[in-house]
Every structure is written in structure tokens, then in C-alpha cells.
Design a protein around this ligand. Sequence first.
Ligand code: NIG
Ligand code: FE
Length: 434
Amino acid sequence: MLKDVAIHFSYMSLLIKNIKVLLQIREGGELKVSGKAMAELPQLNNAWLLIDGGIILDYGEMGSFNVALEQAPDGIKHIDAEGKILMPAFCDSHTHLVYPASREIEYIDKIKGLSYEAIAKRGGGILNSAGKMHEASEEELIASAMERLEEIMGFGTGAVEIKSGYGLNTEDEMKMLRVIRKLKELSPITIISTFLGAHAIPMEYKGRQEAYVDLLINEMIPRVAAEELADYIDVFCDRGFFTVEDTDRILNAGMKFGLRPKIHANELDYSGGIQVGVKYNALSVDHLEYTGEEEIKALSGSETMPTLLPGASFFLGLIYAPARKIIDAGLPVAMASDFNPGSSPSGNMQFILSLGSIAYRMLPEEAINAVTLNGAYAMGLSEQLGSISKGKKANLIITKNIPSYEYLPYAYGSDKVEKLIIDGEVVVDKNAEC
Ligand code: NIG
Ligand code: FE
């Protein structure tokens, strides 16, 4: 837990007044924003917002504050947000935050010049984590993941997707998914679970990749589905990992059990991952560093959210995904942290927001849309989360006193979040007297 962060579980009804800017207001029922519309960020200045039973009930300008007071239940808690921005909490749609240990020692080889793929080939990377995953108990994994969840709540995340994928055998994959299920119970924030048995080829299947794919299809997927341990299915479809043919077989098997894909694609090469993802109506295709005309054509008209992970490009020194080209082609974009020990050991969505502007040249409005409404879409949650809309869950951020919302991506090293509200309860308050 962050030392200067007090965690509270207190009230479900809240009246927030004098809000400098109420950001990301949507009443049109839009589940995502695409292309030019990504540059729009509807807002109200000098506003109030009323939460009842954990749900956004109403909001308006301070001139109509009597409307709020009339509706507010007796004894409701008030917050004065003068000088502060109120916005939806970050929706981080791609993480691997259940892992047994950090990998900073291996990272030294990366600093010395070894590539991510070279480290993976000699048994490092994901396989290194898989070895340690086998040894770790569920209790240890839950405890370390809860610490990471508390950390990202401090950064302003209100919903997060977490993948398995460091098990790479049936028992250890099931163990990871049980840990994620437990986190759903323990953590106040919304958690989505994704089965990523196809994250890497385990050592014992080296040269017998097809046999591992068979195991995934015949044993792992049916068990995961039978125990209802996953909301989605993922495959790392890229050079040196799973081929398009493998991915096709795995997604087909997943589909039979009602598991919709969210896949890792085109991080290391033009892998065909985007196309096979779209073929199976993936909810999202993620990474996308190698995205050209063909890939953009495949995504156009689909329901698949292109999800960019700038933290991985930043940390590994990879090329950045062509965000501008994707948006300028009329497509939506979501951004997520990819929090994991190998390619992005940070779940700080405030930094991801900044990278959106600094590295991808996204406007502040586009970047904020990418980490709120479009991130919620990429988890299948945008009917409940990702915008200030009447009837949606009150998972919100109140910022510190900051000059403008443009300051959020601009001040890339500062912590701009003061409070995190989940289901109408203040769960993080850096302004509270401890
Ligand atoms: O999304 N690219 C594949 N998987 C992760 C990295 C996992 C790891 O290195 O532990 C990613 O970047
Ligand atoms: Fe990932």
C-alpha cells in the first residue's frame, strides 16, 4: 500500500460540489468513441454530481445546486471539489498483475543489449516467471497482487483486466485464475479475468508446439470454462510465440465455450494476429506496434477495439504503435498499462495517459477517451463504466488542484490524483488526515 495513501470504505451516497471541470460526460449511450470523435470530451464547468447507492444519479451546473439538494438523501456526505477535476476512474483493460516475482535482474541483460525475444529464447522472460509461478502458493500470489491493486488504485485505476499466462500447464493456469477470482472478491475495484494459457510455449513442449496447442484445446479451455474462471481468452500471436494457425485453432475452441478473445497481436512483427483476432470478433487486439494498411483495413467496420500499450514500447525500446494513423483512419483506440514483470513493470495509468500524448501524439482529449470509455469497452464494461453518465457506476477520480485537464497528460511525472471513488465510496484519499 502506498505509504501516504489512506484507504477508507465509508459511504455510498455522496454529493460533490464546486467541481472545477466535470469531464467525460456521455448521455448518448455511446459505448466507445472512434476517429475524429475521439478529440471530443464533453464537460461542464463549475458543477455538482450526486451519487446514490453507488450509482451516478444526477449532475448539473452549480447554478442548479438546489436540484441536487432536493434529491439528496438525508445525512448525505458532501465533498467540496473546488479547483479540482472530476472524471471517470481509469479503465486498464490489459494487465498481467498476478505474477510471482519481479524480473529486474534479467532486465540488466536487456540494458546490455539483449532483445526481449533473445531473453525469451534462452528460457528467460515468461518461462522464468512460469518456473516461479509453479513454486508460489495462492496466498502469496493473492498478497502480492493485492499490493499491486492498491498501488494502481492510488494512481486512479477503477477497473482492471488481469490475465493468467504464467502457469503454462493446466494446474498452474487454474491456480492463477483462482487467484484472480479471489481478487475480484477482495478488491473494491472492478476486475475482469482473461485466460492466457497461450502466452508462451513451455520448455517441455519445445519443438512440439502443436502438442501444447492440443493440451490447451482439449484440457485447459474445457476446464477453465467448466469452472467459469475466465471472462475472456487470449493468445500471444506473434513471431516466436503462437502462429496464426495455432491462434485460429485456440480461438475456435474458446468460441465453442463462449469465450470471446482479447488477443496479443503484432508486437514483434506483422504477425497476422490482428486479422485472426477480427475474424473471431475479438473484443480487443492489443499491442499493435506493427500495424499497416492491411491491418487497418481488417479493423475497419469491426467491433474490435485496437488497444495500445505504450508502456511496453517505452520500457523495451520498441517502435511505438501508429496511433495517429489508426485514429485518422476513423478507428477507436484504447490504451492500457500491460502491467507485467517483463515488458512493462508499471500499472500507472497517469503515465500511460502522458505517453499517449508524448509518444503517440494523441491530443489530451483523445488520450483521456482512450483510458476511460474505450478502455471500458475493451473489457466489455462500457455500459457500466468509463464515463460520467446517469445510471453508471460511480467509479471516479477527483484530482488534486490542477490548472486544467490538459495538465493530466502534460505533467508526466506528477501524481495528479487526490481521491478514488469506487461504487460511490471514497477508497483512496491522499488528502485525509491519517
Ligand atoms: O504483453 N507480450 C507478451 N506478454 C506480455 C509480457 C509478459 C512478460 O514478459 O512477462 C506483454 O508484453
Ligand atoms: Fe500483455
